[in-house]
Design a protein. Structure first.
Length: 561
């Protein structure tokens, strides 16, 4: 590993030496006129990457750390990808430009394709990078980039500026006319199609930028577009602005409001009562016996981990097929039920942390999806290696986006810890990254236990879920009903590790609240513990309290959403 890093750094220094020689031999640059930042979304304040594009889908917009404003770019560098994010803009030939930006991270580059670049080694705080270049005699576009270095960790960039005249020649400062007649030409539960009348410009219109509310969501060259990745049964308001080669933007078109169609069953179209079943611990019961006694149909099967080399296995050691886990799944399906595997958890060697890239992680998830023909998967994101690591969060969300696209109809769930009032800093960041990456997560499930909840487990669970609802509304622009339809609750029956006590009566109250608010998912840890042992403490095969056998599973089976 050390030799690999040394080779990478030697290569890096060689590249820097070449760039330095090229800059030293350049002639003095002429001054620029009408200097202005010609980049679009230079501070990522739109909340989306557009029109920046990032290699490997490794870029995301984050709310911390930032240099200015409330957003910044994060590049989740891997051992095989520098997470380069770039934007192409129109420029004028034989003209001087100044490029600058604020970056944070180890070995971060800022530059222009085919021209100059600059870098910084490892600032612990934001540092400004600046370089200059002159366009060629016939050059009309330039691609600006920022990237990290192999295996050097996530970098951050903010407030990037390319100062100089926009393309189109003649110091064009005249904006196009506003698009006219914006209308919706069609919609589904997850998309809206739009069309509008063309704008005119003294030089020429080069793009149309589509906005949902204040956020730019798409740029196209023609006079129609389809905005996808939307939530069902949700109202959206769209406008369009025209943009010319010099970067001048028109006034907004008329607005059009569209409510997407309802999904199957409303909301996300997904309702799941799925208590955890763990074949590697706690005297696992026969699932068919539990199903017959309680009426439950779904189980969350724990846990898929890394057996080495980004290869999935139950508990990191049991083969995906042919063992006790396969037997349990066969029994569940033979009884008319189904399973959702849970990847990760609190401990063990996790795929999210150990797979080298989002694409490698997506490949590991796909192996499990293909092995069982799954309808849903759950990523249980916990501890410092996944939940508290922003780059790993982004890797997981990008992988989920990939497998969702490759497996039509697949539902994706993320499960994470919470405070008694809603998501923690890390939970909020996970939700924000899901939005900025357009990951399309179906259910955000909180675990309201081991959070210092005290005796009022019902009240604190409801408060935590309401806090999650508020965060989903503010991040995605959803209404109450849509936000609730993306919420899951995963509790702990009986005594928790912190001696919180969720009794059958309290769990019934939580289930009834979940039904009345039409959330998407109800689970608990775990069926293995759904047996009485009053005074037994926190153990693997009973709840530590007085209850009936399979009582919590019976209550959970009454969840309908």
């Amino acid at each position: 590993m050390r030799d690999t890093l040394r080779r990478s750094r030697r290569r890096l220094l060689a590249l820097l030496g070449t760039a330095a020689l090229a800059m030293a031999g350049a002639i003095a640059l002429p001054g620029t006129a009408q200097a202005a930042n010609v980049l679009t979304n230079p501070g990522f304040e739109s909340g989306s990457l557009s029109p920046w594009s990032c290699t490997g889908n490794l870029g995301s917009v984050v709310s911390s750390p930032v240099h200015g404003g409330s957003k910044a770019l994060a590049g989740a560098v891997s051992s095989s990808d520098t997470a380069q994010c770039s934007q192409t803009v129109a420029v004028q030939p034989n003209t001087a430009y100044s490029l600058s930006g604020w970056v944070r991270g180890s070995y971060v580059y800022l530059g222009v394709n085919g021209g100059s670049s600059t870098w910084t080694s490892s600032p612990s705080a934001y540092t400004q990078l600046t370089t200059s270049f002159t366009t060629g005699a016939s050059q009309t576009s330039a691609t600006i980039y920022v990237h990290g270095w192999y295996a050097q960790g996530t970098y951050y960039a903010d407030d990037i500026s390319l100062d100089g005249p926009g393309g189109g020649g003649g110091g064009d400062t005249q904006a196009p006319t506003a698009p006219t007649g914006l209308t919706s030409t069609g919609k589904t539960s997850s998309s809206v199609s739009l069309s509008w009348g063309a704008s005119s410009d003294n030089v020429g219109v080069t793009a149309y930028d589509i906005y949902s509310g204040a956020n730019q969501v798409l740029s196209v060259s023609g006079t129609s577009a389809t905005v996808s990745g939307l939530s069902s049964s949700t109202a959206y308001t769209f406008t369009v602005k025209a943009r010319d080669a010099a970067g001048n933007s028109s006034a907004a078109s008329n607005s059009v409001s569209v409510t997407t169609d309802a999904g199957t069953g409303g909301g996300t179209g997904f309702k799941q009562a799925a208590p955890y079943l763990y074949e590697g611990w706690g005297d696992p019961p026969n699932p068919a016996t539990v199903m017959a006694a309680t009426g439950v149909k779904w189980f969350t099967m724990a846990f898929v981990l890394d057996s080495g080399g980004c290869n999935p296995a139950w508990d990191g050691s049991r083969a995906l097929t042919g063992g006790v886990d396969q037997t349990a799944i066969n029994q569940i399906r033979a009884a008319g039920g189904d399973i959702v595997p849970s990847f990760g958890g609190w401990q063990g060697s996790k795929l999210g942390a150990n797979c080298s890239s989002a694409s490698a992680l997506a490949g590991a998830l796909q192996k499990v999806i293909s092995a069982y023909g799954l309808k849903a998967i759950d990523m249980d994101i916990e501890n410092t290696d996944e939940f508290e690591n922003e780059a790993v969060q982004a890797k997981i969300l990008t992988a989920l986006k990939t497998v969702k696209a490759n497996n039509p109809g697949l539902k994706t769930i993320v499960t994470f810890g919470t405070s008694t009032t809603g998501p923690t800093y890390y939970g909020n960041r996970l939700i924000e990254q899901a939005q900025s990456l357009n990951a399309g997560i179906d259910v955000f499930t909180i675990m309201p236990f081991d959070f210092g909840g005290g005796s009022d487990m019902y009240g604190n669970t409801v408060a935590a879920a309401e806090g999650l609802k508020t965060k989903l509304k503010s991040t995605f622009g959803w209404d109450d009903a849509t936000a609730y339809s993306h919420i899951g609750i995963s509790g702990m029956n009986g005594l928790s590790d912190q001696q919180e006590n969720t009794t059958p009566t309290i769990w019934t109250q939580i289930r009834d609240w979940s039904n009345s608010h039409h959330i998407a998912r109800l689970a608990y840890w775990a069926v293995n513990r759904d047996r009485p042992c009053a005074g037994g403490g926190v153990v693997s095969n009973c709840s530590g309290i007085n209850q009936s056998t399979w009582q919590f599973t019976s209550i959970t089976a009454g969840f309908t959403g």
